[in-house]
Design a protein around this ligand. Structure first.
Ligand SMILES: *[C@@H]1O[C@H](CO)[C@@H](O)[C@H](O)[C@H]1NC(C)=O
Ligand SMILES: *[C@@H]1O[C@H](CO)[C@@H](O)[C@H](O)[C@H]1NC(C)=O
Length: 538
């Protein structure tokens, strides 16, 4: 009787537990990594070129003071809320980090394209709210190949996992999705939720989509919608990409301290703990097993800190699931609690009435660190402490000897020299930009360079407006915004764009803070977190 009640409870409580995979690399203006060898974001006196890569999407989060700005020929510049780009006559490097900047220094936006199938570009969370928060302490465990969204090709049978994916809003991206079709359950991109295929493929064909996904190359089909319908569990389906995924992983970096770590299917490296292969027969239900493990084993005090990954592999999915157990014990003890729990699971799970037929366990053994080898009474920590102390004493002796010898030489010679500041490669910035300019890349530049321009202008986000499906950066140089915008065609236009023909707003306040004639921000064009209307799709 108790068992029936328990099983009923488990069925009712069986939540769908969908994981959310969050992309964490941005093509934002404010990220110093995106400025090539400059290793800083641009300073006000720099000559800024956003058109070095095409197409490109650049999100600007903060107010900028700019001397000269070359825009991409194809691509988009997105201004965050309340962002003002100010072009004063005499820009000054007020920021301390810009004190040493040479006026006219070329700052080229050179964001790297990040690979979809690189697990370092993803974080896995238990809910969309956690993923949006991005607090890594709330990340959930996943096999290496499942850190990337499960992308079961063109499968439509419901026997593969479909993941929810988050590209957080208020950022821009540069992603190579590869060429194989991807299949997702839901895609949250730039504050919009895509739940079916067509709206997102429409987006991929916009300038914004082409700039952010597979820039300069063809984009794969991204199937959106559907979910796993197999009650015995679904496989992730990333197995075909395992070699590519594991190429980005160095197992020695994980610093395993146990011996004989088993390697789970779908993982790149061994783990300290245990890998259980669980065979099942009739009446097996994946979610019931998940709940049973949580309530029967993980809640026991002695298994505190044990983490589980329950999965099904596409390779051996007929009649088997895999349970990986790991723990957070430090040093050579790591994995021992998990291994102990594995023994109990092996001995008790088949009798639990869940349709389990067999449990096979592979477990790591206790690490043979310093304590294991000496067998003495000193623990590993004590020995490490002694070793470190000896090294420190030796270092002090060497340093003292060094300085005693140095005393005879002039003092300034013993001072370390400041390293030379790294130099940008020799580059005639102005000329390069001029070439870009003549090829049609729009350049907003300081009116100082053009006597006919107002002596000051600024561009800003001008408010929320629905631009319809072809959302984008309305180039203020054109009266008819989106359609006439050269950024919306992939063909190069020629012609010089004079800053005077920009819809400029002569200063009405000393700091030029006016809001007319600005750039319309595409991201805020529609109500942010609302679902995009689904296309009828059968
Ligand atoms: C930009 O400056 C304006 C005026 O000084 C200010 O109101 C606004 O909040 C600033 N925007 C940001 C994103 O800091
Ligand atoms: C993104 O910007 C919008 C518009 O100002 C704001 O309402 C929202 O809170 C921001 N989202 C995040 C995650 O910062």
């Amino acid at each position: 009787m108790m068992r029936e009640i328990l099983v009923l409870f488990l069925i009712l409580a069986g939540s769908s537990d969908a994981v959310v995979k969050r992309w964490i690399k941005y093509s934002d203006y404010n990220d110093a990594d995106n400025w090539g060898g400059l290793n800083r974001t641009p300073c006000p006196t720099d000559t800024i070129n956003l058109g070095a890569m095409q197409p490109v999407s650049v999100y600007i989060q903060s107010n900028l003071t700019i001397t000269e700005l070359a825009l991409p020929m194809t691509g988009e510049v997105i201004l965050g809320p309340n962002v003002i780009l100010d072009f004063p006559s005499n820009p000054a490097n007020v920021d301390p980090s810009c004190q040493g900047a040479t006026p006219g220094q070329l700052a080229e936006f050179q964001v790297q394209t990040q690979e979809w199938f690189n697990l370092n570009n993803w974080e896995v969370y238990g809910s969309l709210a956690d993923a949006q928060q991005g607090d890594v302490s709330k990340e959930v465990g996943a096999l290496d190949i499942e850190k990337i969204p499960c992308s079961s090709g063109g499968d439509t049978t419901g026997s593969y996992i479909r993941d929810e994916v988050l590209f957080p809003e208020n950022h821009s991206y540069r992603v190579n999705m590869g060429t194989q079709p991807l299949s997702l359950q839901k895609l949250n991109f730039a504050g919009k939720a895509y739940t079916s295929t067509n709206p997102f493929s429409d987006f991929l064909n916009t300038v914004s989509g082409k700039s952010q996904f597979n820039p300069g190359a063809n984009r794969p089909t991204v199937n959106i919608g559907g979910s796993c319908t197999d009650v015995t569990g679904c496989a992730c389906g990333n197995d075909a990409m395992k070699t590519v995924i594991c190429a980005a992983v160095q197992c020695q970096d994980r610093g395993l301290q146990c011996d004989n770590p088993p390697t789970p299917q779908g993982h790149c490296c061994g783990v300290c703990g245990a890998v259980l292969t669980i065979g099942y027969g009739d009446n097996f239900n994946f979610q019931n097993l998940e709940s049973y493990i949580r309530t029967q084993y993980l809640q026991q005090d002695k298994y505190q800190g044990v983490r589980t990954i329950l999965s099904k592999s596409a390779v051996s999915r007929a009649g088997q699931v895999q349970l990986v157990l790991q723990d957070d014990a430090p040093g050579t003890q790591n994995g021992q609690t998990a291994a102990a729990m594995a023994q109990e699971v092996r001995d008790t799970l088949p009798a639990a009435g869940l349709g389990i037929t067999a449990v096979d366990v592979q477990a790591s053994t206790k690490g043979s660190g310093p304590s294991g080898q000496t067998g003495g009474r000193m623990g590993g920590g004590t020995i490490a402490g002694i070793v470190i102390a000896v090294i420190i004493v030796l270092l002090i002796i060497v340093l003292v000897a060094f300085f005693v010898r140095r005393r005879s030489t002039p003092l300034e010679l013993s001072l370390p020299k400041m390293p030379k500041m790294p130099k940008m490669p020799a580059f005639n910035g102005k000329k390069t930009l001029t070439n870009e300019f003549e090829m049609g890349g729009a350049t907003f530049s300081n009116p100082n360079f053009d006597p006919n321009s107002p002596d000051h202008f600024s561009l800003s986000y001008s408010g929320v407006e629905d631009l319809g499906s072809s959302k984008g950066f309305n180039n203020p140089m054109y009266d008819n915004p989106v359609e006439d915008n050269p950024m919306y065609s992939d063909t190069s236009l020629s012609g010089t764009m004079d800053p005077a023909s920009v819809t400029t707003t002569p200063p009405t306040t000393p700091d030029g803070d006016t809001r007319d004639g600005g750039i319309e921000n595409p991201i805020y064009g529609v109500d942010n977190l609302q679902e995009v209307v689904m296309d009828a799709e059968c």
